[in-house]
Ligand binder design. Structure first.
Ligand SMILES: Nc1ncnc2c1ncn2[C@@H]1O[C@H](COP(=O)(O)OP(=O)(O)OP(=O)(O)O)[C@@H](O)[C@H]1O
Length: 262
């Protein structure tokens, strides 16, 4: 992998709610092989941007290109099958399943899903299941979660749940992964582990990441470049040191501190 090819291009994206422009003409590109950080004060439009890129809803205007293809009008599902994946919290109804079962539920397009395939070729379905189980076991080992394989997901700690969410991504053939605040609610020890796993997935397994994060330590450690949004716009893109020291960024965060005393 060259690490230089453009993977995602967002062009003049706008998302309005009523008359309010939550995303107000954003353009940026994500290069293959990077971990790109998306930062900005509360209400900057980061989550809305993720929703647009993942396909949760269509933009008011603008285009999104992924791997050279215009995906603006594609469903979340179709983007998912192209390897553009957004991590989600483990759904509530999955809390009763074990960590291993949670991973085994993920893979799309198993031949076991089709009744016809089941009837025509039960042997293939069994082979598929075995493959999925092996991949889930390997994923838990990679995440150092093997010891909680049979624990219900609902009983895992906040950090273990985040690792499991990352694991759910690893069960797919993801290429570009959108991580929404991976550090939120994770204790320091597991945070280091989470950072380490994200870095390994990036370096050794070819995943490209975009991550929204308020934890600047995590951004500094993992992300280059960093994109800072404020009031629906991209303020600046650059390495962490350049972004952190940019007066516009300081002003945007200061406005947040003064404005949202909470
Ligand atoms: N469904 C919606 N309807 C109306 N306004 C919305 C909707 N979703 C988001 N907004 C508004 O759009 C703006 C951007 O919200 P968004 O959640 O994208 O920001 P954010 O940068 O992710 O913030 P945070 O860091 O606090 O999560 C906010 O002012 C928010 O109130």
């Amino acid at each position: 992998m060259s690490g230089q090819d453009t993977m995602l291009e967002v062009e003049d994206l706008v998302m309005t709610y009523g008359g309010f422009r939550a995303v107000d003409g954003c353009s940026f590109a994500v290069r293959e092989g990077t971990i790109t950080g998306l930062i900005g004060p509360n209400g900057a439009g980061k989550t809305t941007m993720f929703n647009l890129v993942a396909g949760a809803f269509p933009p008011t205007s603008g285009r999104i290109r992924y791997l050279g293809r215009d995906v603006t009008d594609l469903s979340t599902d179709k983007r998912f099958h192209l390897g553009l994946v957004r991590t989600f919290q483990i759904p509530h109804e999955f809390h009763r399943l074990t960590a291993l079962e949670n991973l085994m539920m993920v893979p799309p397009r198993q031949s076991g899903e089709g009744l016809l395939a089941n009837w025509l070729s039960p042997g293939r379905v069994r082979a598929d299941e075995e493959r999925v189980r092996a991949r889930a076991v390997e994923t838990l080992a990679f995440l150092e979660l093997s010891h909680v394989a049979d624990e219900r997901a609902g009983n895992l700690s906040g950090g273990q749940k985040k690792l499991l969410e990352l694991g759910r991504t690893m069960m797919t053939d993801a290429k570009l992964v959108l991580l929404d605040e991976p550090a939120a609610g994770v204790n320091r020890t597991l945070l280091r582990k989470l950072e380490e796993k994200i870095a390994i997935l990036n370096r050794e397994r070819g995943y490209t990441f975009v991550l929204i994060e308020h934890d600047m330590e995590m951004i500094e450690k993992l992300c280059d470049p960093v994109i800072c949004m404020a009031e629906g716009r991209v303020l600046i893109q650059g390495d962490f040191a350049a972004v952190r020291s940019d007066p516009r960024v300081l002003e945007a965060y200061l406005g947040e501190t003064v404005g949202d005393a909470a």
